[in-house]
Design a protein around this ligand. Structure first.
Ligand SMILES: [Fe+2]
Length: 346
């Protein structure tokens, strides 16, 4: 078995390949690591056949949909998921064939209703059902402490105690443990009486994960995150540095149309000398009248450099082939000590 563990902060994902056939699967891929999974697979001579999510993640963004589209392979989840973009739904006891490897599905609801563990050879991918020294929480949507109790004590912990445990999260830099170690030392597994376990899970008082609504929205729909929208825009526009814009603004460069895409109050409080005001929200509707010559060089800037990137991408899409975005925004411009002009448009 070819095996790579890829951590993104505390999120753990896995590239697992069959050494005989070079077929591979990625388990719980994370959206910011797509290039890394592809590069590792290429380095090891693997072809990815499946993208598997062990459950609907509420705390990070799954790369499954995006990678599945890139590779033209299925997204795989447990059949209890309500995610709409899943191509292959697995049931308890099913086996996913990855070359000669067989990933056996153990349905383990509790952390979420669609949680599953995957056992292959000497190891088990436990998702958020069992973590090193902990378990997944049960207070997020579809979580259920009673189910988690059954999944742990009646299912997962009855597997071979020597199995290596590879979880979907570890925040302390540990890569794995074993079922035997967890049974002996995991504090939550010492609470072996059902009612006490359920009471313990109900009294954890955990704070909500960051991005929970965005994670559920995108992971359930296969839709894009804000960062993915920005990355897609940034991939199709060139940028201009603050210093280059200052030089051109100071020189009164007539070739360059400088567009302030913020709202009017921000523009009037202070803008780059020579800039025109065209708020991002009005861009498409005003472009024909405000920018009649698509051959002109147009630079968009905003407060932080994100909206202007979207604006420049939109301009390029509409045919302004010389549209660029400022690398940075007015916040960085002010911090650099560059001059601002106050007042309405001339
Ligand atoms: Fe989770």
């Amino acid at each position: 078995m070819l095996f790579e563990q890829i951590a993104t902060g505390g999120c753990q994902s896995y590239l697992v390949g069959c050494a005989d056939t070079c077929a591979a699967v990625v388990i719980d891929p994370e959206a910011s690591q797509i290039d890394r999974y592809m590069a590792l697979a290429t380095r090891d001579g693997l072809r990815i056949h499946y993208l598997v999510d062990t459950h609907t993640h509420a705390d990070h963004f799954s790369a499954s949909r995006q990678m599945a589209r890139l590779l033209n392979v299925p997204v795989v989840m447990h059949r209890a998921t309500s995610a709409s973009h899943v191509d292959m739904r697995l049931d308890d006891g099913d086996m996913l064939a990855v070359g000669k490897l067989r990933l056996r599905v153990l349905y383990t609801p509790g952390h979420t209703i669609d949680s599953m563990c995957l056992a292959v050879d000497d190891r088990v991918f436990t998702g958020d059902t069992l973590l090193i020294g902990g378990t997944g929480r049960t207070d997020l949507p579809t979580g259920n402490a009673e189910s988690l109790y059954d999944s742990l004590f009646s299912r997962l912990l009855r597997l071979d105690p020597a199995l290596l445990v590879f979880p979907a999260h570890d925040y302390k830099g540990r890569s794995h443990s074993t079922l035997a170690d967890e049974m002996a030392t995991n504090p939550r597994l010492q609470v072996r009486e059902r009612a006490a376990f359920v009471a313990m899970m109900a009294n954890l008082n955990l704070s909500m994960p960051t991005h929970v609504t965005e994670a559920l929205r995108t992971n359930l729909s296969g839709g894009k995150t804000v960062e993915q929208m920005l990355a897609a825009a940034a991939a199709v526009v060139p940028f201009m540095s603050l210093a280059e814009l200052k030089r051109r603004s100071d020189a009164g460069d007539d070739d360059l149309i400088i567009l302030d895409v913020r709202e009017r109050d921000a523009y009037e409080a202070g803008h780059v000398a020579g800039a025109r005001l065209l708020p991002r929200g009005q861009l498409e509707l005003r472009v024909n009248q405000d920018l009649p010559d698509p051959t002109r060089r147009v630079l968009a800037y905003c407060e932080l450099g994100r909206i202007s990137t979207l604006a420049a991408a939109t301009l390029r899409e509409m045919g302004f082939q010389r549209a660029v975005a400022l690398d940075g925004g007015m916040k960085a411009w002010r911090e650099a000590g560059y001059a601002l002009k106050a007042g309405a448009e001339p």
